[in-house]
Design a protein around this ligand. Structure first.
Ligand code: SF4
Length: 116
């Protein structure tokens, strides 16, 4: 299990390096990371603190770097004990929806999902 974790971590780090070298932020980069995770049969572990609804954070993929909290402070928080962000409130206004969408688009490892 530890070996699998290390392999996944290494592959994600490679993807993040590519993401960063491309200026960080294209939809193609994010889609590539998501495809990589999907192709490795890594199950998505939805953080139990995530509020019921469309948006949520995969706590095993999250890098714990708080970008989503900065981008969408009304909706994301950090769970220090888990080392992951989570959605504490689903968006209820167009502004919050836009902020959550931005957080999803800019999460460097595709840890934010909107298919909940
Ligand atoms: S932006 Fe992504 S990786 Fe960073 S804290 Fe939020 S969910 Fe985690």
């Amino acid at each position: 299990m530890k070996r699998l974790y290390n392999t996944i971590t290494d592959r994600l780090q490679e993807s993040i390096a590519v993401y960063a070298s491309n200026g960080g932020g294209s939809h193609q980069d994010r889609a590539g990371v998501e495809r990589l995770v999907d192709s490795m049969n890594v199950s998505v572990k939805k953080h139990p603190l995530n509020a019921e609804g469309r948006y949520y954070v995969d706590c095993d993929t999250c890098l714990d770097h708080e970008w989503c909290v900065y981008v969408a402070p009304n909706n994301f928080r950090m769970a220090e004990e888990v080392g992951s962000a989570y959605v504490f409130k689903q968006p209820t206004t167009p502004e919050e929806e836009a902020q959550c969408k931005r957080a999803l688009d800019e999460c460097p490892v595709g840890a934010i999902r909107d298919d909940g």
